[in-house]
Design a protein around this ligand. Structure first.
Ligand code: CA
Length: 514
């Protein structure tokens, strides 16, 4: 190499290194942590007024930032909701209609992590994933296979190998996430990390250290626990009643031969058996009425579900504490949500799927230091299609035109009220037949009313609720002469939403159901 060329070559090299250092130091875009759990009902979060439990760490995110009081999902079931999170689109567009093994996200479509990656973010997903496609557009991932296990879970790693890690899954997922934050990530880039939790998904297996937390405190029973489903045929048709929970897997009676107990370490098994054997010894079903059995199962269900939440909330606290300790808290947004809500005995149920309030809603709290004022309360209707555009907006990236949601950030700024925000949302559930026998349905929820069309099995039925006067959705007022005008307005608006969101199959179903 000649001297002049050598000087030019080194000059360019020095310039490139300098540019790259400047770029690194100038990238002050915030880090984003989304903690995403599975089946966490608002009724089990104190920031939402839970009568059952205190969740100080989720509440901490809400009090340091914003709580979204009205967040809804487009389809209240696990994999479809996760696909909405990734794509910002309804399931009839993204392809993940249901939870079945053969259902997959349409390949080649936009997902928010793709755009974050392209714009210099490092992207990661750790923990429960629960979509049949493997993660795409994540620089790092380590996921539970399928539903994953509560005790001593296996993880799938990026090289396809599997590793078993002993311990309780909520702790381990948190440890894996903190480990990546500490040692795994590229510290020259902003990051976007999803911490996906298995808890509190069925079969609600608590950490042994939380088993005695509710001793002597029975859980309040919802007023409509013994719902007779009058005027609501689809609600009567389901199979998701607490009274029918399985004695062994769900209610933890005689669990000694179940695979998850056999998988436990001797210490875990001893603590598990000590608690459940002692409690189960007090049970004598021969002296109980069917109502008493239903109520006993309800108490056991609530105990196990809530104990899972104690661990979940404690582990969210560990992440918040880590960020503070490392000085990352000032420039890291923390969001918490779940793939849908859940029934905690309302209508006599566990599970989700229905468009009724408890499973239509999802929790959503978010802290964004310096941008969202502490204790911000947002009443506007947010839908889970809004998550992906919000994540892109935070990073200063324009959402692709085919994403169907909108960034929620403008809602958090009180000085500039948002005038054109949605006043109604569209819902469509598909999975049928399924052991829970929830008929497919679609519907609209406005600020006050909800209109649902159940279809499938060759028939259809409508339900209409006035949520203001009937918040428990016990009185189907569809077909009453005084509601004719309201019904026709809602049908028109439903039709418009379906056109807006391009649900062609749904429109055909609607056209056949006068
Ligand atoms: Ca779920």
């Amino acid at each position: 190499m000649k001297p002049i060329k050598t000087i030019v070559f080194f000059g360019i090299a020095v310039l490139l290194v300098q540019c790259s250092l400047i770029a690194q130091s100038l990238d002050k875009r915030p880090n984003i942590i989304m903690i995403f759990s599975d089946d966490h009902a608002l009724q089990a979060i104190s920031a939402y007024g839970s009568p059952h439990i205190k969740t100080p760490n989720i509440d901490r995110i809400a009090s340091e930032g914003a709580i979204f009081k009205n967040t809804f999902v487009t389809n209240s079931i696990c994999a479809p909701s996760r696909a909405v999170l990734l794509t910002g689109k309804y399931n009839h567009i993204n392809g993940q209609y249901d939870n079945r093994n053969e259902t997959k996200i349409n390949t080649g479509q936009d997902m928010y992590p793709k755009h974050l990656q392209q714009h210099g973010y490092q992207t990661a997903w750790i923990g429960k994933w629960h979509i049949n496609n493997l993660p795409q557009y994540f620089d790092y991932w380590k996921i539970l296979p399928g539903q994953g296990l509560y005790y001593n879970p296996d993880f799938i790693q990026m090289d396809s190998s599997r590793v078993r890690i002993d311990g309780y899954t909520t702790d381990i997922i948190t440890e894996q996430a903190i480990d990546w934050l500490d040692k795994g990530r590229d510290k020259t880039k902003p990051f976007s990390l999803v911490i996906g939790h298995k808890a509190p998904h069925r079969e609600w297996q608590p950490d042994t250290k939380d088993l005695n937390a509710f001793d002597g405190k029975p859980f309040a029973v919802p007023d409509n626990f013994f719902d007779g489903y009058k005027g609501r045929n689809a609600a009567a048709h389901q199979d998701m009643e607490v009274k029918n929970l399985r004695w062994d897997w769900d209610s933890k009676v005689n669990t000694q031969d179940l695979p998850f107990v056999k998988r436990m370490t001797p210490e875990q098994r001893q603590a598990w058996n000590q608690y459940y054997d002692t409690e189960n010894a007090k049970l004598d079903t021969s002296r109980m009425t069917s109502k008493e059995i239903a109520l006993w199962k309800y108490q056991r269900y609530m105990h196990d579900y809530m104990a899972c939440i104690l661990s979940l909330d404690r582990n969210i606290g560990k992440v918040l504490d880590y960020l503070t300790k490392k000085g990352l808290d000032k420039n890291t947004i923390v969001m918490y949500s779940s793939d849908q809500g859940f029934y905690l005995g309302e209508h006599g149920w566990y599970d989700k799927r229905f468009m009724y309030e408890q499973s239509l809603r999802a929790p959503f709290v978010m802290k964004y230091p310096g941008v969202i004022s502490p204790k911000t309360v947002i009443e506007d209707m947010v839908v889970n299609i809004d998550f992906a555009p919000t994540l892109l907006d935070i990073a200063g990236i324009k959402a692709p035109a085919d994403m169907q949601g909108k960034s929620v950030l403008p809602l958090t700024q009180k000085t500039k009220p948002v005038k054109s925000w949605r006043k109604s949302m569209y819902y469509h559930y598909y999975e049928y037949p399924d052991p829970h026998r929830v008929l497919p349905h679609l519907g609209i929820r406005t600020e006050r009313y909800k209109l649902i069309l159940f279809y499938g099995d060759g028939s259809h039925s409508w339900e209409l609720f006035d949520i203001k006067n009937d918040p428990d959705e016990m009185h189907n007022i569809y077909g009453q002469p005084s509601n004719r005008k309201l019904t026709s307005q809602l049908k028109k608006e439903l039709n418009q939403l379906m056109i807006q969101y391009k649900d062609k199959e749904g429109l055909k179903i609607l056209a056949k159901a006068p």
